[in-house]
Design a protein around this ligand. Structure first.
Ligand SMILES: [Zn+2]
Length: 138
């Protein structure tokens, strides 16, 4: 068993290995493979299979690649994208939470978004940005 591991380590020496991008591609691959089980449509199935095929090639290519700096740069790009997506969904969740307790109005004058607590009846709102006043039902 040790010999196999050593041989593998020797083989992997100087090669890139796995990273977050590969993990993400593996997840996409698994999702495609799962979908493939339930899909009846031939064209969609072919599309999924080609995606799976492409992903497997890409994953193996990156794991065994000797161009480590290039693979590293790809991973950094992916991480930046993942961060953006995470931040977007974090923001959406925050807004949804806020919607439960607050009305969000837009100032008719400067388009500033203003948060008003719900359930206070008719209230006069003063825009903190431009000072315009308007009456809203909260
Ligand atoms: Zn305003």
């Amino acid at each position: 068993m040790n010999k196999i591991r050593e041989a593998f380590q020797r083989f992997m020496y100087g090669r890139y290995g796995s990273d977050r991008l590969n993990q993400a591609m593996l997840i996409v691959f698994l999702v495609c493979a799962m979908l493939d089980i339930f899909v009846d449509n031939v064209y969609f199935s072919v599309l999924l299979t080609s995606w799976e095929f492409l992903l497997v090639i890409l994953i193996y290519f990156r794991v065994f690649s000797r161009n480590i700096s290039k693979r590293y740069a790809e991973n950094q790009k992916y991480l930046a994208l993942e961060n953006k997506v995470r931040r977007f969904f974090g923001k959406t969740k925050y807004i949804q939470q806020q919607r439960k307790d607050f009305h969000i109005y837009t100032c008719p004058q400067c388009k500033q978004k203003i948060r008003i607590p719900k359930g206070k009846g008719k209230i006069s709102v003063r825009c903190p940005k431009c000072g315009a006043e308007f009456v809203k039902n909260s």
